[in-house]
Write a protein that binds this ligand. Structure first.
Ligand SMILES: *[C@@H]1O[C@H](CO)[C@@H](O)[C@H](O)[C@H]1NC(C)=O
Ligand SMILES: *[C@@H]1O[C@H](CO)[C@@H](O)[C@H](O)[C@H]1NC(C)=O
Ligand SMILES: *[C@@H]1O[C@H](CO)[C@@H](O)[C@H](O)[C@H]1NC(C)=O
Ligand SMILES: *[C@@H]1O[C@H](CO)[C@@H](O)[C@H](O)[C@H]1NC(C)=O
Ligand SMILES: *[C@@H]1O[C@H](CO)[C@@H](O)[C@H](O)[C@H]1NC(C)=O
Ligand SMILES: *[C@@H]1O[C@H](CO)[C@@H](O)[C@H](O)[C@H]1NC(C)=O
Ligand SMILES: *[C@@H]1O[C@H](CO)[C@@H](O)[C@H](O)[C@H]1NC(C)=O
Ligand SMILES: *[C@@H]1O[C@H](CO)[C@@H](O)[C@H](O)[C@H]1NC(C)=O
Ligand SMILES: *[C@@H]1O[C@H](CO)[C@@H](O)[C@H](O)[C@H]1NC(C)=O
Ligand SMILES: *[C@@H]1O[C@H](CO)[C@@H](O)[C@H](O)[C@H]1NC(C)=O
Length: 488
């Protein structure tokens, strides 16, 4: 009995000890596995894995390439979401990613040459154990200063070509500092390519897709709390769960997230200027969508004061009162020079500049400029913004001769334009009402925009038909009456 009891105790003791060791090893392994410390370095044939196992960090080679890059991928290395040394590859499998003795996270080649670094300066008081990096469950690689516990660098704020839920697109109103997502150079070369995305026009923020950093390629139009005003159809698939916020320091940031925690998506800018989105549900890829800009989507497709309507042929036209700047180019469908105001359609403001001020009293009242509304428009680039309400927006615009157009959105407020109107599009749905300044003579045609115009025509036709019908009716009645009279 005593023996047995003793035996049982020993067994229990053994069991508990084994369990303890096992659990310790397990804990130790699993806590170390998503982290790089000064003691661990990741060689080419190793990876670290986020605790939820969705993300891995390690070396990879692009298709048809033997170059080695340190990357983070989602589920498989065909879903690369971030690359460290994109500008400088390791040429063989001798690379290593580690915490350098100065505390930076670095990628080194076999000759201990640093091909990539987080480039931070740490306090040099501590010579070991300065920092550590962790691959978090959201796919963010975070470098922490172990002495202060602070995050000093993370991959989400140093993006490559991919956005994921919880990542931000930021731009600071005061410092001008902004985050850029840059495409690969080609399908086999992840170094910085021709296309990039950033947030711009911070009075009414919107996203820009740039070509070679300097030429606007596509713009979404300003964010109005629910959608980008210039992308009623193109980006609907992408818009779900987007938010625009700002910090007190003037940083605006855009994020997106899914209500469904099992849903996940990655958006890439491809090397050839498309957006590609991969949507996953329960870690299974169920849809990849490619969206490439076309026709009116290209920035300034119809030039200054040109209106682009994808449903008409040709797609470009000048607004009423405007004519092509270069008729020859325009007739060859080269729209880049856009349109200019016709001489006979001069604004009152412009005419006043050329006249003696005194001789114009009185004439002003009669020949006051006005506005013509265009419905469902993509608003032009370079909007100015004020807090005026709709009525004051109109009044202020009219009072300022530099103001060429205005538009109003309850979220954004009053938008107005004092530069050439560029990148306009006529949508069939969505967009906003754009009020274009026109001379008084153009108002006299009684035309208040397409819809009103149409209904006016319908009213006139209906009226005309009504009058004709009445006349016929009256004639028949009169004939009958005269016939009756005659028989009598
Ligand atoms: C981390 O864990 C994964 C799977 O759990 C394993 O394949 C990998 O080799 C581990 N990495 C390290 C550095 O221990
Ligand atoms: C790194 O290893 C050394 C010795 O092997 C040890 O003293 C130190 O605590 C380790 N540091 C970390 C962060 O694990
Ligand atoms: C990884 O590579 C290193 C050096 O190249 C080698 O010593 C090690 O055995 C390799 N490990 C595995 C798991 O292949
Ligand atoms: C890692 O994941 C497990 C379950 O998957 C969870 O119990 C544990 O708390 C996680 N550890 C950390 C550090 O988040
Ligand atoms: C890789 O090379 C093969 C054969 O030359 C070619 O068919 C394939 O398109 C290439 N892949 C990429 C991504 O360039
Ligand atoms: C770090 O600094 C070096 C030298 O100034 C520079 O070439 C490199 O691009 C920087 N790396 C990063 C990731 O900013
Ligand atoms: C080294 O790292 C260990 C474990 O992360 C930590 O407890 C210790 O305080 C660190 N030492 C220094 C000097 O930062
Ligand atoms: C279109 O016109 C612009 C401006 O005159 C000119 O620079 C450009 O080369 C023309 N494009 C084509 C395709 O002819
Ligand atoms: C007309 O009035 C403007 C300001 O209202 C003034 O700057 C300008 O000098 C005047 N021009 C003439 C010719 O009086
Ligand atoms: C017209 O508006 C612009 C932009 O707000 C401003 O810079 C300019 O001074 C205004 N001009 C007048 C005459 O008020």
């Amino acid at each position: 009995m005593g023996f047995l009891s003793h035996q049982t105790h020993t067994d229990s003791f053994l069991f508990i000890t084994t369990l303890f060791i096992f659990v310790s090893i397990h804990l130790c392994l699993s806590s170390a596995n998503d982290t790089i410390t000064s003691n661990t370095s990741i060689e080419d044939n190793h990876t670290i894995t986020s605790n939820n196992t969705n993300f891995k960090l390690g070396f990879f080679s692009p298709p048809n390439s033997t170059n080695r890059y340190v990357a983070i991928w989602y589920l498989s290395d065909s879903n690369i979401v971030w690359i460290a040394n994109r500008e400088q590859a390791v040429k063989d499998s001798s690379g290593v990613i580690k915490i350098h003795k100065d505390g930076n996270l670095v990628v080194m080649d076999g000759r201990n040459y640093i091909v990539w670094s987080t480039n931070l300066t740490f306090s040099t008081k501590y010579v070991t154990n300065i920092s550590s990096a962790q691959l978090q469950d959201k796919g963010n690689l975070v470098l922490r200063d172990d002495n202060t516990g602070e995050t000093v660098w993370d991959s989400f704020t140093h993006p490559a070509d991919a956005a994921m839920p919880m990542m931000k697109i930021t731009a600071n109103k005061f410092t001008g500092k902004k985050m850029e997502y840059v495409s690969w150079k080609s399908p086999t070369d992840p170094s910085s390519g021709d296309y990039s995305v950033s947030m711009e026009r911070l009075a009414a923020p919107e996203l820009f897709l740039w070509y070679k950093k300097t030429r606007p390629y596509y713009r979404t139009g300003p964010w109005n709390g629910r959608t980008f005003l210039g992308s009623p159809t193109m980006l609907t698939e992408y818009l779900y769960g987007w938010r625009l916020d700002h910090d007190p320091d003037g940083t605006n940031y855009l994020t997106y997230n899914f209500a469904d925690p099992d849903a996940f998506a990655i958006v890439w800018i491809t090397y050839d200027g498309k957006l590609r989105m991969a949507k996953f549900l329960n870690q299974k890829n169920f849809a990849t969508i490619d969206i490439s800009p076309k026709d009116c989507d290209f920035y300034g497709a119809c030039g200054p004061f040109g209106n682009c309507d994808p449903s008409s042929k040709p797609i470009c036209s000048c607004f009423e009162g405007f004519e092509p700047r270069n008729v020859q180019e325009w007739s060859k469908k080269n729209w880049t020079s856009g349109c200019v105001r016709k001489k006979e359609a001069q604004l009152q403001c412009d005419r006043l500049k050329n006249l003696n001020n005194n001789s114009n009293n009185g004439v002003d009242e009669v020949q006051q400029d006005g506005f013509k509304v265009f419905n469902n428009m993509k608003v032009p680039d370079f909007a100015e913004r004020s807090d005026d309400d709709l009525d004051n927006c109109r009044t202020s615009c009219l009072a300022n001769c530099s103001c060429l157009a205005y538009a109003y959105d309850s979220y954004i407020g009053c938008m107005f334009w004092i530069t050439d109107l560029i990148d306009l599009e006529q949508f069939s749905i969505g967009g906003v009402d754009l009020f274009l300044r026109v001379p008084h003579s153009q108002l006299a045609t009684g035309n208040k925009g397409r819809r009103v115009n149409k209904s006016l025509i319908i009213a006139i036709i209906a009226g005309a038909i009504g009058i004709v019908a009445l006349a016929i009716c009256a004639y028949i009645t009169w004939q009958k009456w005269t016939a009756k009279q005659a028989r009598k």
